[in-house]
Design a protein around this ligand. Structure first.
Ligand code: SAM
Length: 434
């Protein structure tokens, strides 16, 4: 397809610049609202055309110089070319647009809460590994919408130690030719928790020997399953060598985690969000902490004089949460259930007095809470529901299914994932008066 000069008048929720001409809508990767650009058109479907930026002809103040050398190819940081204020605005408007599309409501969304750090904020990274024709190894991320690997030496949004890991892995693989296909690594203080995915579900312990001199503690796990964003898929993951769990220090708490446990990737931002949740809940409540993970929110809520009932599916995480409650002497104020929220919640019983003070807090994975859980929540009818979401589309669907019983009191985006088009948000829903 040909190149075309376009005036960019809007941004899509994916972060592409949008232009319109003669009934045609253009989505241009790398273009920013307010710019005139030259774009290379790559794909057309009906009246929709996709393309990528070739040249900015008239720039906008909203553009920033991406600090990462891999930005143009790597599919990780889609909006690194927007300045910080525009990223925040983009997230607020994308959230608003997604809610409008699904619920038809025009919600007033508060300004995005910005992350304390724009780079080096991630404590974890998921890397793909590929052998090259000359028996070397490429390690990195896929290009946007392809399976072409972009070979990197350092990911700028992740802890600096990721560069150390990548360099050791490249050297190790070159020497051993071991069949590692992907790696999920977390960096906490100077410790490393690492799950490698291999063809046969085995991994040589020599990898541990290569890594250990560079970290205080290393926890090496192996899995045959394909690495995916949902850790529940690592059904066959097994601990291999080192410390089975490593310590995460968060807000005066020490939590022991394995690669199977979910930990918020940007803990500085998570702290701001968790504090807001604690403030919203207040004191002397009975709080349902649904999708409670390693139990940080349960603990913070219990510390603030609430009684907490938490549900989490991963056994490891429930064990960590129980230990956390015990270490902080709050085991009498938190009850933990291990299982699927949609199965456990309908079976829970509360007295009338407890129901009067009941608040539900939920933080589901990207696929959202889903209808059975939303129906169970409506039956239980807590006065307030606080919904933390990492996916505006599934949030919007769950909110739509609550709107016969609840109304939206507030909604706000939190920039948990700077430079990317991912949007974290907090929504407060209040039960409608009869
Ligand atoms: C987004 S994380 C939130 C964790 C926690 N709120 C935090 O901030 O650390 C979602 C959690 O839900 C768990 N999970 C996923 N599906 C679940 C289900 N159907 N029932 C219970 N827990 C589930 C995951 O294991 C994960 O720990």
């Amino acid at each position: 397809m040909e190149n075309k000069i376009l005036d960019v008048i809007d941004m899509s929720v994916e972060g592409d610049g949008i232009a319109r001409e003669n009934e045609l809508v253009y989505f241009i990767d790398g273009a920013v609202e307010g710019e005139k650009v030259e774009a290379e058109l790559t794909k057309q479907k009906d009246n929709l055309i996709w393309g990528k930026l070739v040249k900015v002809i008239e720039p906008t103040f909203r553009r920033a110089e991406p600090p990462c050398p891999y930005f143009e190819k790597c599919g990780g940081c889609k909006i690194m070319h927007l300045n910080k204020e525009t990223q925040a605005l983009f997230k607020m408007l994308s959230l608003k647009r997604t809610i409008k599309k699904v619920t038809n409501l025009d919600v007033d969304i508060r300004d995005t809460v910005q992350s304390p750090k724009d780079t080096r904020y991630r404590n974890s990274i998921q890397l793909k590994v590929e052998k090259t024709a000359d028996n070397d190894y490429n390690i990195g991320f896929y290009e946007m919408r392809t399976h072409n690997l972009v070979n990197i030496d350092d990911c700028l949004v992740c802890d600096e130690k990721n560069a150390v890991l990548i360099s050791i892995l490249k050297e190790y693989l070159k020497n051993t030719q071991e069949k590692i296909e992907s790696v999920f690594a977390s960096f906490f203080d100077n410790s490393l928790s690492i799950l490698v995915q291999t063809e046969d579900g085995n991994c040589d312990k020599k990898l541990y020997d290569a890594l250990k001199p560079h970290f205080d503690e290393v926890s090496l796990w192996v899995s045959k399953q394909f690495a995916s964003s949902t850790l529940l898929n690592y059904k066959d993951a097994k601990f291999l060598v080192g410390s089975e769990r490593i310590k995460v220090h968060f807000d005066n708490l020490t939590i022991e985690v394995s690669p199977l446990d979910f930990v918020q990737v940007n803990l500085d931002m998570a702290k701001i969000l968790y504090d807001d949740i604690v403030k919203l809940v207040g004191t002397n409540k009975v709080v349902l902490d649904l999708f409670s993970g390693i139990g940080i929110t349960s603990l913070m809520l219990a510390k603030n004089d609430n009684y907490v009932c938490s549900i989490e599916q991963i056994h490891n995480s429930v064990d960590s949460a129980k230990k956390l409650a015990q270490d902080n002497n709050l085991q009498d104020k938190i009850i933990q259930y291990c299982g699927d929220c949609a199965d456990i919640l309908p079976a829970l019983e509360f007295s009338e007095a407890e129901k009067e003070n009941l608040i539900a807090f939920l933080d589901p994975p990207r696929k959202g809470a889903g209808k059975p859980l939303i129906e169970a929540l409506k039956l239980l009818a807590p006065k307030t529901i606080i919904y933390m979401s990492c996916n505006p589309t599934t949030l919007a669907k769950d909110v739509r299914d609550l709107l016969d019983t609840y109304e939206i009191s507030s909604m706000q985006a939190y920039d948990m994932f700077p430079q990317t088009n991912n949007i974290e948000s907090l929504t407060v829903l209040t039960i409608k008066e009869e």
